[in-house]
Design a binder for this molecule. Structure first.
Ligand code: HEM
Length: 153
């Protein structure tokens, strides 16, 4: 059945998949939303979709990723790493945590942007949403390779 650590890692990866899905999905919906006439039925459909993506996918998945990630930090330090909490200072882990800080910031930025779309007050261009949509995936590449390679260990 695997160890507690195996389960924690598996659940952490699943939560992160859901978080990433939401982070990549919401700006795509923003782009489609911008072609809808304000006040139209489609405008309302996009507003509802954005609210649901945020409350049903993004927020719960972010909280689960964070809780499981912090539990992994505690489990790692207590049972798995000979250097204990010292692993937090390793280059690969600092890189991973920098990615976490970035994704949390991006998540909050998307939340504020969603509220602006809901109030018909989006000020950013379609190009902005298309270009920045690559950022969370770039962060994910860096974070996943940081934990799998443990570079600089
Ligand atoms: C939300 C805050 C997060 C925290 C506090 C956190 C923390 C951790 C910790 C402590 C580990 C175990 C490292 C080890 O000793 O092997 C881990 C594993 C992992 N994390 Fe995260 N993480 C977070 C978010 C993420 C995100 C956003 C991604 C991907 C984009 C990610 C991908 C992974 C992967 C792929 C593993 C490897 C699992 C394995 O060991 O097989 N994590 N995380």
């Amino acid at each position: 059945m695997g160890t507690v650590y195996d389960w924690l890692r598996g659940l952490h990866i699943l939560a992160v998949i859901a978080w990433m899905a939401g982070l990549l999905m919401l700006p795509r919906v923003f782009v489609y939303h911008m072609s809808a006439e304000p006040g139209s039925r489609m405008d309302q459909v996009f507003k509802d979709a954005e609210r649901r993506i945020f409350s049903i996918i993004l927020n719960p998945a972010m909280i689960l990723s964070l809780v499981l990630g912090l539990t992994l930090i505690w489990y790692d330090a207590t049972y798995m790493r000979p250097e204990g909490w010292g692993f937090l200072k390793k280059p690969w882990m600092i890189t991973k945590l920098a990615g976490v800080v970035f994704l949390l910031g991006w998540h909050h930025f998307l939340g504020r942007s969603r509220k602006r779309f809901a109030a018909d007050a989006n000020t950013r261009s379609e190009k902005f949403w298309r270009l920045t949509n690559e950022l969370p995936f770039i962060a994910a590449i860096v974070m996943v390779l940081a934990v799998t390679t443990e570079f600089g260990n």
